[in-house]
Design a protein around this ligand. Sequence first.
Ligand code: AMP
Ligand code: ZN
Length: 471
Amino acid sequence: MSIQVYNTLTGRLEPFQPFSGDKANVYVCGPTVYDYSHIGHARTYLSFDIIIRYLEYKGYKVTYVVNITDIDDKIINRAKETHEDPLSLSKRFEQAFFEDMKGFHLRPANFYPRVSDHMQDIIAMVRDLIRKQFAYEVDGDVYFDVTKIRDFGKLSHQSLDQMMAGARVEIDRKKKSPYDFALWKHTGEDEPGWESPWGRGRPGWHIECSAMSMKYLGPQLDIHGGAKDLVFPHHENEIVQSESYTGKKPFVKYWIHTGFLTINGQKMSKSLGNFITIRDLLKKHSPESFRLFVLSTHYRRPVDFSEDGLIQAKATLERMYETRDRLDNLVKSHDYKESSPKDEERLLEEVSEAREKFLMGMDNDFNSAIALASFHHLIRLGNKIVDLKPSKKVIEIALNTINELGWVFGLFRQEKKGSVVSNDVKALIEERDKARKRRDWKKADEIRERLRKMGVTLRDSPDGTAIVVES
Ligand code: AMP
Ligand code: ZN
């Protein structure tokens, strides 16, 4: 069966059929790098990671692009506060973003284009939009003229007339219509700027995503995504400027938007100040626990962050590892019991049914929450199989199915159950390993005791490194 995708543009579930056969082009709006990324960002990139993994699992050849917004008002304002050059500030936080993402083992994007590296592409596009009379220049600023577009508002399902009637928008004397948006902004000498046909300036936010997505993926994209906050105006504006530029419709076949990660029901955001950075989260929790926490909810629904939720995810994850390890050990132990072929057939059918249900869940708009319920069932079956000790074939099929579907979820990145630990614990174990190498037994024992108080029990392996037995 084909994958059904909920398309924000049509408001319906649609069968996934990319523009060209088995090639799927995916563009997801990346971070504005003026601060450390928070776990709301991680939720969105993890949700797209699951989507992309599933597309690849189904045989699609995915090209994935995530942009880096390294020049914008927020960056400039922050740089003024810290007395830094805006581009070096954004470079610093771009590096931090990559470091933070590394822990989550995301399928890397094929391209991470930066705005500051694509000025000429952006200028060429703005120029063409003026030539085609979709945009106009006023005192060094360039605006897109939304009144030229009949279907402006189609993504957020509102018409320009409704918008004008309903909203209180600030009147800007430079704009012909209040919903016109800046493609190019004139900048003063004290701000970053690039030479252009309209004088020194920098791009407005929306144009970067049209210019860079088309450069790497062509004039039409299969999937374009981001969290729900980007539907209007960002993605709406991307549509009109891209379709006016290329003359091709639709710019994007499937628009996918993720729900927010909230905290006490409120969207987590840098501007509200209610955020938890990824680095702070990873001091206490493992990236894999967070992954499981995120995939327990369908990507379109909100996820409310809670410490309890993460503690529970860790316990669940450990049970999954334990079952996998038990099956693995049983295969290696050669301790198989003879069982009647009839029993075996029933077990194999149950495993296969759980697998089918998992895939049906994922086919249904990548519903990882439904798929996870089947995965839990599979884990319970795995334990039943270990207790029954059937033939090697059954054990191996159960183990392979758990590993196969675990791969779709991006789980089982650790070798053994006990390795699901936070960065703090990892750092302490490393410190203790080093102390042991120096033969500093006192220090090594102190750290072992500290870890024990944190609930982590170690065993030393023959090569001198510690293995977590229980955490
Ligand atoms: P930003 O750096 O704020 O532009 O965000 C980068 C990406 O993360 C965009 O796709 C946003 O829509 C998404 N995002 C921002 N905040 C949240 C949140 N609280 N929950 C989920 N996604 C978010
Ligand atoms: Zn974007």
